[in-house]
Each structure stands twice: as structure tokens, then as C-alpha cells.
Design a protein around this ligand. Structure first.
Ligand code: FES
Length: 133
């Protein structure tokens, strides 16, 4: 059985650098995620700060710092590397965002197949970035 792809947005809908938030279904539950495009690559993360588990953004799609160099948690101003999700400054320094696998295919940003498998016990812990193909 093949599972149809879950398209999040067009690749060109994302500024470079830029980010967008989404709500997806994971094992029947709603999950807030966001994707970041930078240098032609797209990275996906669960929208939950490792500090206290709150969403990182206070406004729609506001996931980057002023310089668009890092992911920003607007609650207590933690900064995270875009490519790794690792916190480099703030109360959760050294911890990381939970990756959410995404892929770019035919100009669309999609939930990667590994995230869409039914009855999967938990998310893989591998890196979520994906280059434009
Ligand atoms: S909730 Fe993100 S830094 Fe505190």
C-alpha cells in the first residue's frame, strides 16, 4: 500500500531564508511543526521549545531571529541552529529541537515518508534537512 504524500507548501512559498508553521497529523494527534528554508535546503522541526515545551513563535511563521541566522524561541529568546536545531544560546543551551522529517520533491515541501508510515511507534531521531531536488 502506498501512502499519498502530505504536501505542506510549494518550495517557492518559502523565502530563503524563511520559515512557515503547519499543523499535521501524527498517529491521529495534531502536531505543530515548522519548516525553515536556508541556502536552498529545507529543515523541519516540531514546534516545541525544549525549555518548557511551548510553541516557539508568538506570531504566524515568525520562527527566525532578526537576522534570519538562527531559529528563535520568542518566549525567552533561545537561539537554535537552523541546520541542526541545537540550542546555541538561552535557557535550553545544548539541548535541541525535535527534528521532523520533510522532503522537497517536484517543487513541493512534503512530510517525508518516514513520518507518514501508519502504526509507527515513534519518530526517527535522524536529521530532517532535505536539499532541493
Ligand atoms: S520556552 Fe523557549 S526559551 Fe523558554
Amino acid at each position: 500500500m502506498s501512502i499519498p504524500p502530505t504536501v505542506l507548501c510549494d518550495f517557492d512559498d518559502l523565502d530563503d531564508p524563511g520559515a512557515k508553521g503547519f499543523v499535521v497529523d501524527r498517529n491521529g494527534a495534531r502536531l505543530r511543526i515548522f519548516v525553515v528554508r536556508r541556502d536552498g535546503r529545507v529543515f523541519g522541526y516540531v514546534n516545541s521549545c525544549p525549555h518548557v515545551g511551548a510553541p516557539l513563535n508568538l506570531e504566524d511563521d515568525a520562527f527566525l531571529d532578526l537576522f534570519k541566522a538562527n531559529i528563535l524561541c520568542a518566549n525567552h529568546f533561545a537561539l537554535f541552529e537552523i541546520h541542526s536545531g541545537r540550542c546555541v544560546r538561552g535557557p535550553c543551551s545544548g539541548r535541541g529541537l525535535e527534528p521532523f522529517p520533510v522532503a522537497v520533491r517536484d517543487g513541493k515541501v512534503e512530510v517525508a515518508a518516514a513520518s507518514r508510515a501508519p502504526d509507527r511507534p515513534e519518530e526517527p531521531r535522524h536529521r530532517s534537512g532535505s536539499g532541493k531536488s
